[in-house]
Design a protein around this ligand. Structure first.
Ligand code: SF4
Length: 148
């Protein structure tokens, strides 16, 4: 499963709650989204059951923020409208979560167990990957190369 996950990751970059397969963004290592990282509403975005805990936590955050901002008395109407999470985003994230749950509901108990085990491995791998220090790539100066 780990090798399968790595194989699938080729040609995509990690974004919050999934991966992005948009070619120019992939080429730029995830630093060049042409759509200001509106991933959950983008056709280049892919997610799966391994992101379900993150999607669910994000969804809960959206709902909490919506209620907190609606209740805030210190905001005028313009500021409130700008601060509120959009209903479109809320319903889109809800739809993603429901689709993942529907997919899981179609599995028998043994298959669900296998998926659970695979998700545990993938999430552990992802945590390790995220925790790894990244080395800065420095361009080689040909003059310095020739001095030694
Ligand atoms: S918005 Fe689309 S193109 Fe941009 S990073 Fe997210 S998935 Fe990729």
């Amino acid at each position: 499963m780990e090798s399968e996950h790595v194989r699938r990751a080729v040609g995509s970059v990690a974004v919050p709650f999934g991966t992005c397969g948009q070619p120019s963004n992939v080429k730029a290592g995830g630093q060049s989204c042409p759509f200001r990282f509106r991933c959950t509403g983008c056709d280049h975005f892919r997610t799966d059951v391994s992101y379900l805990p993150d999607l669910t936590a994000y969804f809960d955050d959206l709902l909490r923020n919506r209620e907190r901002i609606r209740a805030a008395v210190e905001l005028d109407d313009r500021a409130r409208a700008e601060a509120l999470p959009s209903e479109e985003e809320i319903s889109h994230v809800r739809h993603l979560i429901n689709r993942i749950h529907d997919g899981m509901d179609g599995l028998d108990a043994g298959e669900r167990e296998q998926v659970h085990d695979a998700v545990t491995i993938v999430r552990r791998h992802r945590t390790v990957m995220l925790g790894m220090p990244r080395m800065r790539v420095t361009a080689i100066n040909p003059r310095q190369e020739n001095q030694s």
